[in-house]
Write a protein that binds this ligand. Structure first.
Ligand code: ADP
Ligand code: MG
Ligand code: ZN
Length: 483
């Protein structure tokens, strides 16, 4: 019988913090400036320059650590990780090895097989490196130090994940927490979240860990899933052939769907870590952690529970609306505007527009939730107009499309485009009579019991009215006239 294998995965995730300035100098962290314009002697490693720790970095790292159920080291220290590479102007990276800021936490994830805790080994602060640009035409390499010194938190998990579904659930959970806390936007494509996948396989039932490889260059959840599948198969094949897995760092090429060895895996000792003599230890007092705890915003689960309780939404709706903090904020603002306008059942009405139309249009336009840019006032105004019966459902959806894309102001838009439903019953009556006169056969069919034809007649009236009638009113009037 063929051997059964189990996949074992641990992640090292780098999250770029959304501070205004770098971790050890006052340079801007803004993405995309002209090369080497966001630099100074500190972040370009000039001799004699001295680093000064940005307090905001510690605040953010603490907020993240607490949200991930970690324990905080009362004193944490910075160490130098020495390596020579042109993206690293000091020839060492300031990181934390011996006393990281947080340790021993966990995230609870949800997959198709239920809830599971993924333990976090530790979290530490460090600085990012510069960016190398390899120019094949000029046959040279260029370096941009704008990213050098941008603050990162590295989150190291225990090897607790067993498949790509768990890995993606873990990353999504981490991303959601970061977004709710406002500490990072966590975009894999832009590199503000980077995940290295450590993977090994072992015979099912074994309690020993196999030899692992570490995979880098994973720029999307899809790439991560493919890389895990590919690496698992590669390792099993090696073992089946009686060969062994080499501990090494591999680079995933998502176009070729293949990873290749970059370097044999280095150990901590290869980096000659030692305490950074330029930076004093950071003492994190009880009062400091308490202050961070008190400032901690409501996170996704709490928010979802509050929606169920306060807004009487279903657990499913509450979880959909809280999958992005931005979406949840827009939703809550819409609800409170509707409540000010004394619209009954405001939460349910707003929820319908977010879950129905907003999510549908996001998918249709291929947009991220974070890219939503309409003003809640505009949606609230549209809902009010609907409530008054001034536009019918179909028109309202069209107007919402305009709000979604261009954030138009619905009241004047409806006015200017003559989209108001005709509430003039006299006019509606005349049209109904006209349609009945034009379709005597259909009217007879209806009267002889074929009530299905009513839909056709409603359609004819709507067409005559150019869609500007309330279909229910048309329905009512037609039935009346036919009896
Ligand atoms: P290093 O210091 O060499 O980077 P660590 O012990 O810090 O190694 O582990 C790095 C990551 O690799 C962690 O997320 C850990 O869970 C994971 N890991 C360690 N051993 C294994 C293994 N045998 N299989 C899969 N993942 C592993
Ligand atoms: Mg490591
Ligand atoms: Zn600088």
């Amino acid at each position: 019988m063929a051997k059964q294998y189990e996949t074992v995965i641990g992640l090292e995730v780098h999250v770029e913090l959304a501070t205004a300035t770098k971790i050890f100098c006052g340079c801007s962290t803004k993405f995309g400036g002209a090369p080497n314009t966001h630099t100074c002697p500190v972040c370009t490693g000039m001799p004699g320059s001295l680093p000064v720790l940005n307090k905001q970095v510690v605040d953010y790292a603490l907020a993240l650590g607490l949200a991930a159920n970690c324990r905080v080291n009362r004193t944490c220290k910075f160490d130098r990780k020495n390596y020579f590479y042109p993206d690293n102007p000091q020839n060492y990276q300031i990181s934390q090895l011996y006393l990281p800021i947080c340790h021993d936490g966990y995230l609870e994830i949800m997959t198709s097989s239920g809830k599971k805790k993924i333990r976090i080994h530790e979290m530490h602060m460090e600085e990012d490196a510069g960016k190398l640009i390899h120019d094949e035409w000029e046959d040279c390499s260029l370096v941009d130090y704008n990213r050098s010194g941008v603050p990162l938190v590295e989150i190291v998990s225990e090897p607790d994940m067993r498949n790509s579904e768990e890995v993606i659930a873990y990353l999504e959970k981490l991303r959601l927490i970061c977004q709710y806390l406002g500490v990072s936007d966590c975009k894999l494509q832009e590199g503000s979240m980077r995940a290295d996948v450590n993977l090994s396989v072992r015979e099912a039932g074994s309690s020993e860990l196999g030899t692992r490889t570490e995979m880098k260059n994973l720029n999307s959840f899809k790439a991560i899933a493919r890389a895990i599948e590919g690496e698992r198969e590669r390792q099993i094949e090696l073992l089946e052939e009686g060969r062994s897995v080499q501990q090494e760092t591999r680079r995933w090429d998502d176009n070729k769907e293949f990873s290749y060895a970059m370097r044999s895996k280095e150990d901590a000792k290869d980096y000659r870590y030692f305490p950074d003599p330029d930076l004093p230890p950071v003492v994190i007092s009880e009062a400091w952690t308490r202050q961070i705890r008190e400032r901690q915003p409501e996170l996704q689960e709490e928010k979802a529970q509050r929606y169920e309780r306060e807004f009487a939404l279903s657990p499913y709706d509450a979880s959909l609306l809280t999958q992005s903090r931005h979406l949840a904020d827009l939703f809550e603002q819409t609800v409170s505007l509707l409540e000010q306008k004394q619209i009954a059942g405001a939460p349910k009405k707003a929820a319908n527009w977010f879950i129905g139309e907003t999510l549908r249009l996001l998918k249709d336009r291929g947009m991220e939730t974070e890219e939503l840019h309409f003003t809640p006032e505009h949606l609230a105004d549209l809902i009010v107009v609907c409530e008054k019966g001034e536009v019918n459902n179909q028109t309202a959806k069209k107007v919402f499309g305009k709000i979604f894309d261009e954030d138009i102001e619905p009241i004047s838009y409806i006015e200017e485009n003559g989209l108001k439903s005709v509430t003039d019953t006299g006019m509606l009556e005349r049209v109904v009579e006209k349609v009945l006169a034009q379709n005597p056969k259909t009217a007879e069919e209806y009267q002889s019991g074929k009530t299905k034809v009513l839909g056709f007649l409603v359609g004819q009236v709507m067409k005559e009215m150019r869609g500007k009638a309330d279909p229910q009113a048309v329905n009512r009037l037609l039935t009346e006239k036919l009896q």
